[in-house]
Design a binder for this molecule. Structure first.
Ligand code: SAM
Length: 230
């Protein structure tokens, strides 16, 4: 069972995705527990503000370090074993290391981890310096908040939890599970208005089908992501 703590300003963004699809499956089969912590609950003021203007000027607002520190210590107080076990605290940020399948695998080996989601202009740098274990970016673009990034990570991790996917075997053939991207997939009808499925797939010859898929996977990878083959 993996326990994931998500600290965020907009918990409502997470509600529906946590109740659907693969993340719900992971939760239902007790492979994953998700604790969503609304950062506003850890505000030091009665208006529940969590941000303030940046020192030195500039546009936007920055999430305060004391809010994040309060939030983390509350969770550590409730679950002291998380302190003992050095809960990995992951800061979601466009400046982080790029998230990929390897990182998803690494995270899925943890018993627990925390994801800190920013908004506005981001989070006070002292959070990165003193509270975060590392930073993760889900890609070279800027989202308006870390909640969607947290969901991307939870989804990728959920499908690696044994028993979550209907056919666990299928993980082995997916893109990024080996050096190649996945081969093309087809289903019924075999002929859609003249658009035909490759004949080999209808042949019943499993050896030829395996070879065809392997060749396609290599060709597609060579064409689209040659960097994966080096
Ligand atoms: N001013 C920041 C910058 O230029 O790096 C961007 C802040 S962004 C508008 C607000 C929050 O969204 C970030 O603190 C982070 O938590 C999240 N975020 C945005 N893009 C992200 C990405 N590519 N990966 C992970 N989190 C991201």
């Amino acid at each position: 069972m993996i326990e994931a703590h998500v600290f965020c300003p907009l918990p409502q963004v997470l509600s529906s995705p946590l109740e659907s699809g693969v993340i719900k499956k992971a939760r239902d089969c007790n492979g994953l527990r998700v604790f969503v912590h609304d950062l506003h609950e850890f505000s030091p003021d009665r208006h529940r503000n969590i941000d303030d203007a940046p020192f030195g000027g500039g546009p936007g607002m920055v999430i305060r370090v004391d809010v994040i520190a309060n939030a983390l210590s509350k969770v550590f107080e409730m679950s002291p074993f998380l302190v003992r076990e050095k809960l990995p605290v992951i800061l979601l940020s466009p400046r982080g290391e790029k998230f990929d399948q390897e990182k998803a695998k690494e995270l899925s080996r943890n018993k627990h981890f925390a994801l800190i989601c920013g908004r506005y202009e981001g989070i006070d740098e002292r959070v990165r310096e003193h509270f975060a274990s590392f930073e993760i970016s889900i890609g070279d673009y800027v989202l308006s908040g870390g909640e969607l990034a947290a969901l991307v990570i939870l989804d990728a991790v959920s499908r690696l939890i044994p028993g979550v996917l209907g056919n666990y075997e299928s993980l082995g053939e997916e893109s990024f599970s080996g050096p190649c991207l996945e081969y093309p997939q087809f289903t019924r009808p075999s002929d859609f208005k003249g658009l035909k499925v490759p004949r080999v797939l209808l042949s019943g010859d499993h050896k030829r089908i395996r070879e065809w898929r392997k060749t396609c996977a290599r060709e597609i990878t060579q064409k689209r992501r040659p960097d994966l083959l080096v």
